[in-house]
Design a protein around this ligand. Structure first.
Ligand code: FAD
Length: 535
């Protein structure tokens, strides 16, 4: 049977069978055999610097995908290594003539370079490629076309207008059925060679990168007792979607700023890891939101974008469009200061000690530390928690570069997403898109009114769990007797605050002002020079 022609679908991020037009297109080629393939590539954005928690999420997702495909008489073939080498080998071995995949439009540099090489190799090997853009609700290139000569808008209001002007979104495709898959050889279905990984330690490490840059973050002992906010896989993703949308009044009145970031169970949908890995299609989520809103009681007043749940999906497309646009000018600039047209150049400090304290949740500010430890333990933080820790690291308190913060988030978040992470770090550090640097989150009082007893802190910073509520946000204010009773020794069992927030936040606002003034002066000089050149 290997002599007969085969087609393959290369799963990359869209790790699902529902609403997967590229997979459907592959099946429609009516080849004699179809191979659904995933390549475990340690150097990919998703796996480079990835923690045990996220590695585990991927393992669960691939296992689930394999099971769902087996129920359709197919299976998942998992290859390891550099796709530009592993795929051509596979094409040859299985006589592949067609390959489909979901396009990566954000311009993430590793994926972009990889795809360029694959396209070249496929041409040489006479493998016909076909791709679809379903990572966002509309293909990013459709937004670009619609925006026309004036270019894509760089504000959410502008983006909302652009979104409204688009033609109706294409319908969601159902999952393929058993009859859609050609019969496969028993041998191929059973071959143990390409089985999905069973545990995170089966995943490959990045290659060719100095150890100093990518330290293996985990070993077998770190893979025990993992406590992710959600587990991986399309099956669980679909259940989670149905479950959160059951509460139609909640969906219809959802306002992001009013959700709590200190509740112990997520107060938002927690669908982000599923959207980021493509276990759910954003279009399907959008239509499901429509449906939930239509079920809501007639007396509720629906919320609107940008704060509604539909609005969150719009932010997602908008973030992707911005990444796409920045990278089109300077490839790979999106999660960097240099060359990124959306980023103001700010002279951040570089203090590894401060960065490490932030990463490990040892800044001495209990609310910040709780959020950073939730990130490590669960791979997720509520949006406003992300706001607080990102502001604290950058313009608020520690004056460290947002690039370093973004890198840490990329490693630890289950939902790590190139476009969304970059956009939000630009925003929070007031480097791009948001410029009100005089509005700064207090690491002390920000959450006091939502969680006066500090239940969130007590969970994630257990060394403070016996402190009275009065001091849980600022243990340094507690009298020695109170600290002693609670078993807290400042500087020993829990750190003293790294900075004096009241003082440093003012100083940093001044530094921001200077950076903004310098930016303005540079822009004026460049503008003047450009005008002179034109003349
Ligand atoms: P919900 O509020 O239920 O929203 C539903 C979906 O809308 C989310 O799953 C997400 O896909 C999208 N969405 C929500 N908020 C945003 C937003 N502000 N921008 C763009 N899309 C949004 N999100 C990621 O998925 N990956 C990241 O790497 C990431 N990095 C971030 C870094 C920082 C510094 C900040 C402040 C935010 C970041 N976000 C990131 C955005 C946001 O915090 C998460 O998407 C959201 O908290 C996930 O929870 P949820 O699924 O319950 O969101």
């Amino acid at each position: 049977a290997k002599g007969s022609k085969g087609a393959m679908h290369w799963f990359r991020k869209g790790l699902r069978i529902h609403d997967n037009p590229a997979l459907v297109a592959c099946l429609e080629q009516s080849p004699q055999r179809v191979y659904p393939v995933f390549v475990l590539d340690g150097n990919s954005y998703q796996l480079l610097r990835c923690t045990a928690l996220r590695a585990n999420f991927l393992v669960e997702t691939l296992q689930d995908l394999d099971e769902n495909l087996r129920a359709l008489g197919s299976r998942l073939y998992v290859l390891k290594g550099d796709p530009t080498k592993a795929l051509p080998k596979f094409w040859k071995e299985f006589n592949i003539t067609h390959m489909s995949f979901e396009e990566d439009e954000s311009g993430e540099p590793y994926a972009a370079e990889r795809d360029e090489k694959i396209i070249e190799k496929a041409q040489k090997a006479n493998v016909r490629l076909f791709s679809q853009c379903t990572e966002t609700m509309y293909p990013l290139k459709d937004y670009v076309t619609k925006a026309g000569a004036k270019g894509v808008p760089a504000t959410m209001t502008g983006f909302q207008k652009l979104f409204k002007s688009m033609k109706p979104m294409s319908k969601v495709l159902p999952a393929p059925e058993k009859e859609d898959f050609p019969d496969m050889d028993e041998d191929d279905l059973l071959a143990a060679q390409y089985l999905p990984p069973k545990r995170p330690t089966d995943l490959p490490w990045p290659r060719g990168i100095p150890k100093s840059e990518v330290e293996p973050l985990w070993g077998p002992k770190d893979c025990k007792n993992l406590t992710p906010i959600v587990h991986g896989g399309e099956t669980l993703a679909r259940k989670a979607l149905t479950e959160s949308l059951k509460r139609s009044n909640w969906v219809a009145t959802f306002e992001k700023p009013k959700t709590s970031c200190t509740s112990l169970a997520p107060s938002t949908t927690a669908l982000s890891p599923y959207l980021s890995w493509g276990c759910l299609s954003p279009r399907e989520v959008w239509f499901a939101l429509d449906e939930a809103v239509s079920r809501a009681s007639s007396n509720v007043k629906p919320s609107k974008p940008p704060v509604s749940l539909h609005g969150q999906m719009l932010w997602r497309d908008f973030n992707n469009l911005m990444a796409h646009d920045a990278n089109k000018e300077v490839p790979g600039c999106w999660n960097k200061m240099e060359g990124n047209k959306y980023c103001r150049q700010i002279p951040w400090d570089d203090d590894p000690r401060l960065l490490e304290a932030w990463k490990t949740g040892k800044t001495g500010f209990p609310w910040i530390d709780a959020a950073m430890r939730q990130l490590t333990q669960e791979g997720w933080i509520h949006h406003l928690g992300r706001h607080a820790v990102a502001c604290f690291l950058t313009r608020g308190d520690l004056w460290q570069s947002w690039e370093e913060g973004a890198k840490h988030f990329e490693a630890e978040l289950l939902d790590a997403d190139y476009a969304l992470n970059g956009f939000n770090w630009l925003w929070l550090s007031c480097s791009g898109f948001f410029f009100q640097y005089f509005r700064c989150y207090s690491p002390i009082v920000f959450q006091k009114k939502n969680d006066p007893n500090g239940q969130y802190i007590r969970k994630f910073v257990p060394e403070l769990k016996d402190l009275p509520s009065k001091y849980i946000y600022e243990p340094w204010e507690a009298p020695a007797s109170v600290l002693q009773k609670a078993g807290v020794k400042l500087g020993k069992t829990y750190p003293r605050p790294l900075v004096d927030h009241a003082v440093i936040s003012k100083e940093n606002m001044n530094r921001m002002k200077q950076a903004y003034d310098a930016h303005k002066a540079r822009a004026q000089t460049q503008g003047g020079a450009a005008k002179k050149k034109q003349r």
